[in-house]
Design a binder for this molecule. Structure first.
Ligand code: GLN
Length: 277
């Protein structure tokens, strides 16, 4: 039987040659998902059983083929909560935590109705429900499979009694719900830019969650800003792609005021938020 230490070293080397950019973290996530503890992994003296070794090798093959580790282990952390993810959902990004944190701060525990448009794994909706225990959330998505995952995540995080899920094609339908807050991280990448994305993203993440409508990728922002019902002075909060914040602020300015743009941890303008006029 092989010791964790040598297995870990050999796999990290293979991943480095395959140009994986987070080899140690990926190997460790797989070992954790196989039931090893963090100290088992650091000490490295434990031996891996033949069955676990086989599972590890399968996971390593997938990593070597470029698949994101979150899909291989079936989940990831977001806002210190665990979310299941699969090929029907985008992998939650730490940039999106900025949007959620900003809303939690702004809403300050108030009892609000929140609409999350394009919920995917449900990471935004469910984190808001968790950190704002008086809130109620409606999550909509065009993908039935994404909604199924989001529902499982609401159960997993024990907020299912305050979360509802509805299939909705937002470009053609309007949910029958009057929210105080609309939040959305819609697909925003212009279709002509898809080729320039990292292979890990474009080959494995759902394209429908990535490609925004219209030449500039901003059609979801136009539709949501112009047409979604919102209670008086209600909040609209978006995540945006690189270089889109000013255009989205302009789109919002017809119906919204107090528009604020905030940066992510890399200094990129990442969220745009405002109040209904
Ligand atoms: N709301 C989800 C997230 O932020 C999904 C976003 C999307 O699919 N565009 O991860």
């Amino acid at each position: 039987m092989v010791k964790l230490k040598s297995l870990r070293r050999a796999s990290v080397e293979k991943l480095i040659s395959a140009e994986n950019d987070s080899p140690t973290a990926d190997v460790d996530s797989i070992l954790l998902s196989l039931g090893f503890s963090k100290s088992d992994i650091i000490i490295g003296e434990k031996e891996i059983t033949p069955k676990a070794h086989e599972n590890f090798q399968n996971a390593l093959e997938r990593l070597l083929a470029g698949e994101p580790v979150q899909y291989i282990v079936g989940g990831c952390e977001f806002m210190s909560l665990w979310f299941k993810v699969n090929s029907s959902t985008l992998i939650p990004r730490c940039d999106t935590e900025i949007l959620v944190e900003q809303l939690i701060e702004k809403l300050n525990g108030k009892a609000v109705n929140i609409l999350d448009i394009g919920t995917g794994s449900g990471c935004i909706a469910i984190s808001l429900a968790h950190y704002l225990p008086k809130s109620k959330v409606l999550s909509v998505d065009i993908s039935g499979n994404a909604l199924k995952t989001a529902k499982e995540n609401a159960l997993l995080n024990k907020v299912d009694s305050r979360c509802n899920f509805e299939k909705c094609d937002i470009m053609n339908q309007i949910p029958n719900f009057l929210p105080d807050v609309i939040v959305s991280n819609p697909p925003y990448i212009p279709s002509q830019d898809i080729d320039s994305l990292d292979r890990k993203v474009k080959d494995f993440e759902p394209l429908s969650a990535l490609i925004g409508g219209g030449e500039d990728g901003l059609d979801f922002y136009r539709r949501i800003s112009a047409d979604m019902p919102l209670s008086p002075k209600g909040i609209l909060a978006f995540e945006v792609g690189i270089g889109q914040a000013a255009d989205v602020a302009e789109i919002m300015s017809r119906r919204f005021e107090n528009i604020e743009i905030k940066k992510d941890l890399s200094g990129i303008d990442r969220t745009v938020m405002g109040n209904l006029k």
